[in-house]
Design a protein around this ligand. Structure first.
Ligand code: PMP
Length: 290
């Protein structure tokens, strides 16, 4: 991703894409002291931009650092990157991290950096997944307990197990992994939240050890607007057999149906596709956000 034309916002100014570099002694590279966001622009407008910027600030605070820009400044940096790169439909990636001023676990004096990049990113799981549904394996790794990791922060360090899980299952031909949590409850995908449908009702695990995604919250509202009951509670694997439909939600993944997860099969059903359409109508401003 580093060798291309374009502009990246880095610490307050736009720099040529190829020159947006960091030093190898960057604290974040050694100790995962970084947090990031991921949001999409549709027709030049970033969906729920301020919520993403607020979450970025909060993610940093949870890791013990303050990003030296306000939410409004982060919003503006994201818009500036879209304009500079002449992008209408794009994925926007802000990232904040501890710099190279100090080495060692403790790095109180390190400078906090912020960068924003944006690029075109089509369907996260590909177009075919939307028609056929994803084929998931059960992740060999589990989401950590809230007392062992900063689970409400979109912290880069938490993605180590996501990348490992996804690589491991992709090597066996699966699209992604469904992760359980440390208790053995159903948690989420490696980069998206999980929803299930049974008897016309929507079920989703309580986000007590993973991100309460912005897309997740949006989809819950869209479902309620249609009069669909939304049930948020612990879901154990033995209940998966009884669910008829399963889909993943995320800013990148949008709403993507799942056809199988380990030994459990699901249909790519009407309700999933209706909620997918509602979501795309909302982000493209064909329907309003209330
Ligand atoms: N869980 C994980 C692990 C993710 O990476 C994401 C994407 N940020 C989500 C859930 C969904 O979050 P959102 O809907 O806010 O993009």
């Amino acid at each position: 991703y580093d060798d291309r034309d374009g502009w990246i916002w880095l610490d307050g100014k736009l720099v040529p894409w190829r020159e947006a570099n960091v030093h190898v002694l960057t604290h974040a590279l050694h100790y995962a002291s970084s947090v990031f966001e991921g949001q999409r622009a549709y027709g030049g407008e970033i969906f729920e931009l301020t919520k993403h910027s607020e979450r970025l600030k909060k993610s940093g605070e949870i890791l013990g650092f303050e990003i030296p820009y306000s939410v409004a400044q982060i919003d503006e940096a994201c818009r500036e990157v879209l304009r500079a790169n002449d992008l209408q439909d794009a994925y926007v990636r802000p990232v904040a991290w501890r710099g190279s001023e100090q080495m060692g676990v403790s790095a109180q004096r390190s400078k906090i950096h912020l960068a924003v990049a944006a690029w075109y990113w089509g369907a996260y799981f590909g177009e075919e997944a939307i028609k056929k549904g994803l084929n998931l394996a059960i992740s060999p790794w589990r989401r950590p307990a809230p007392y062992t990791a900063p689970v409400q922060s979109k912290a880069s360090g938490l993605y180590m197990i996501c990348t490992m899980a996804r690589h491991e299952v992709q090597a066996k031909g699966y699209d992604d992994a469904l992760m359980f949590d440390w208790r053995g409850q159903v948690a989420e995908g490696t980069g998206a939240n999980a929803f299930f449908i049974k008897d016309g009702k929507l079920y989703t695990p309580t986000p007590d050890c993973f991100l309460n995604g912005i897309t997740r919250q949006t989809v819950m509202n869209l479902a309620r607007r249609r009069g669909i009951e939304v049930i948020e509670r612990a879901i154990w694997p033995d209940e998966l057999e009884s669910f008829e439909q399963f889909f993943l939600t995320g800013s990148a993944a949008e709403v993507t149906p799942v056809r199988a997860a380990g030994p459990w099969n699901f249909e790519v059903g009407d309700l999933t596709m209706q909620l997918r359409k509602d979501y795309l109508d909302l982000v493209n401003r064909r329907i309003s956000n209330s």
